[in-house]
Design a protein around this ligand. Structure first.
Ligand code: PEP
Length: 250
């Protein structure tokens, strides 16, 4: 059986309190979504997580963070722990996004430690992997993705606490996407790797595609084998776009 799809939005560093109007529109639209077995999440900036979780409690729309620390608490000014996100009502946390890997020099080992912390706190860890343009041009995509999955996968990963997001760095925010065949190749590769690393969980772990997913390309990308949902950046900021992307699963 295919894993239950997850359509998740990454708001990045976008969203003031005024964005709650869009969030409530997404919450209401998602509640009307005709198919039961599709999961939805929005990951707003940390400042909005608690209120967003309050607004969506008991609905089909879950809330996630965009990063967490490896520790539960302590002298780490400016950081947020997985326990804090869970306490605020989050269900998911995005980890190892390419923007964090680049801006904050996050290594695979750090992403793995964060994913472990997230799982310990009861969150679903959405671990992002993906190659840069240079790495793709050099023919290193699978090698890069393999090393990232290998290095970032937390111990104790199950289909319930781990999601992988394949996000080619060059496709994020650029309007460019890989071909369906390229996406199929990488997702099948990750699935095979999961079968080696976590054989019991491998078939159930959701592997999302992310990178310039839009209403116009969602149906094609979501139909690719081993694509179990989308991680959506820019297009998740507008209810209409988010729901038109989710319509790939109607
Ligand atoms: C992302 O940042 O996770 C992402 C997929 O962004 P976009 O959809 O804007 O390319």
């Amino acid at each position: 059986m295919n894993p239950r799809p997850l359509v998740a939005g990454n708001w990045k560093m976008n969203g003031l309190k005024a964005a709650f109007a869009e969030l409530s529109a997404i919450r209401d639209a998602v509640s009307q979504f005709p198919k039961e077995n599709v999961d939805f999440a929005i990951c707003p900036p940390a400042t909005l997580v608690s209120a967003a979780a309050d607004m969506t409690r008991g609905t089909r729309l879950k809330i996630g963070g965009q990063d967490c620390h490896t520790k539960i608490s302590g002298a780490h000014t400016g950081d947020i722990s997985a326990a804090m996100l869970a306490d605020a009502g989050a269900a998911y946390v995005i980890l190892g996004h390419s923007e964090r890997r680049a801006d904050h020099h996050e290594s695979d080992a750090l992403v793995r430690a964060k994913a472990e912390a997230a799982i310990r706190a009861g969150l679903v860890a959405v671990v992002c992997v993906g190659e840069t343009k240079d790495q793709r041009v050099a023919g290193d995509t699978l090698k890069v993705v393999e090393a990232q999955v290998d290095g970032s996968l937390p111990p104790g990963a199950t289909a319930d606490n781990l999601v992988i997001a394949y996000e080619p760095v060059w496709a994020i925010g650029t309007g460019l996407t890989p071909t369906a065949a390229d996406v199929a190749e990488v997702h099948a590769f990750i699935r095979a790797q999961l079968k080696r690393l976590v054989p019991d969980a491998a078939d159930g772990v959701r592997i999302l595609y992310g990178g310039s997913v839009k209403p116009a390309n969602a149906a094609e990308l979501m139909a690719v084998a081993n694509v179990n949902g989308a991680l959506i950046g820019g297009a998740s900021l507008k209810c209409d776009d988010f729901i038109r992307i989710a319509a790939a699963y109607k």
